[in-house]
Design a protein around this ligand. Sequence first.
Ligand SMILES: Cc1cc2nc3c(=O)[nH]c(=O)nc-3n(C[C@H](O)[C@H](O)[C@H](O)COP(=O)(O)OP(=O)(O)OC[C@H]3O[C@@H](n4cnc5c(N)ncnc54)[C@H](O)[C@@H]3O)c2cc1C
Length: 413
Amino acid sequence: MSAPSAAKLPPFDPADPLGLDDLLGPEDLAIRDTVRAWAADRVLPHIAEWYERGELPVARELARELGGLGALGMSLTGYGCAGATAVQYGLACLELEAADSGIRSLVSVQGSLAMYAIHRYGSDEQKRRWLPAMAAGEIIGCFGLTEPDHGSDPAGMRMYAKRDGGDWVLNGRKMWITNGSLAGVAVVWARTDGGSGEGGDGGDSGDSGDIRGFLVPADTPGFSAPEIRHKWSLRASVTSELVLDDVRLPADAVLPGVTGLRGPLSCLSHARYGIVWGSMGAARASFESALAYAVSREQFGRPIGGFQLTQAKLADMALELHKGILLAHHLGRRMDAGRLRAEQISFGKLNNVREAIEICRTARTVLGANGISLEYPVMRHATNLESVLTYEGTVEMHQLVLGKALTGLDAFR
Ligand SMILES: Cc1cc2nc3c(=O)[nH]c(=O)nc-3n(C[C@H](O)[C@H](O)[C@H](O)COP(=O)(O)OP(=O)(O)OC[C@H]3O[C@@H](n4cnc5c(N)ncnc54)[C@H](O)[C@@H]3O)c2cc1C
């Protein structure tokens, strides 16, 4: 069969140079366009100001609107959740993070961490109590795993849940918790004095069998969530400490469906999958900003986009951006087919966040001095991605996951 003549081929589209939109169906495109339009209307006009102030002042309003769009717990089924495909959820993450990683973080923590934990491991009663209101954005959730002294190695956590008659009493602190001060319910992972002895996967090769998840309503006496200020990344996102001081919970506050680090790590896998897509949103916004600047900014009598060195930057950014989107799509299809392994999610998170941060930094150079201004999105995205590079497993943790999968040798400790 002869190759079609160039005249019959679709035109080259700088926004979709590989024709990846061909992989999407009408419903996928409709979801993507709806989320993109919402972000353009509700986030983009305000985000620079929120970022500069270090606040997300309308978080609750935005959460309700996102609930109305079906974006919260989007790929979960029942209990008011949209039942979207993994690819559709990924597309939404990309569009949200193209606006700001803080907005995508709000949605990821709500849907992939807090709601996912309840949906997968909760009792029917817990699901009915929390999920419909969380899907609607009326209740915001948070997910407390990290502690001041235990980040990459959560198996050593100190948060302790002690049985007292029929109740549980929790004591300890969690750190760096997204949505913490906004949350109506916190999913808190704690060590207990009894368990099945099963371990998790990834960096949790310690004895984690006694770790359990608890649903802590934020109005429980002894629970507080002071906000962490003075961040230079994810400034339009609420990050908090969780302090639990003799927090007494009824017996049915524990998630019955899981013991050990397998519980929180499975939730993290789901959230990391969203980041594989989301990080490409931050990269896309920065690339688009650099491309528009390159063809309009003139130096030495012509657009800087006409210089070979600038074109090399744009070409390399486009390569990594669209390879990253293709990778995200591939992983999404595997997730939809029930064939996506945690190691493959590590592959995607490690590659796409690392490449996204490089794209943002390169875009910053194309914009020259304007690159450091909040009038353009690139520096905001680059600094946001510093957090994304660290949370949901640092670069090094994902390298170790892949290293272990490739060699069969565990180098975590
Ligand atoms: C903005 C923001 C929001 C967050 N939101 C949440 C949230 O909602 N819920 C939650 O539970 N957590 C959250 N986190 C916490 C995040 O998951 C942790 O920061 C992350 O797991 C890393 O832990 P750490 O910061 O304690 O770093 P550490 O674990 O102390 O690591 C420090 C450095 O040492 C490296 N390192 C550690 N061990 C090894 C090893 N064996 N080999 C090689 N290198 C190693 C790490 O890779 C890293 O580079 C958030 C963090 C941020 C910044």
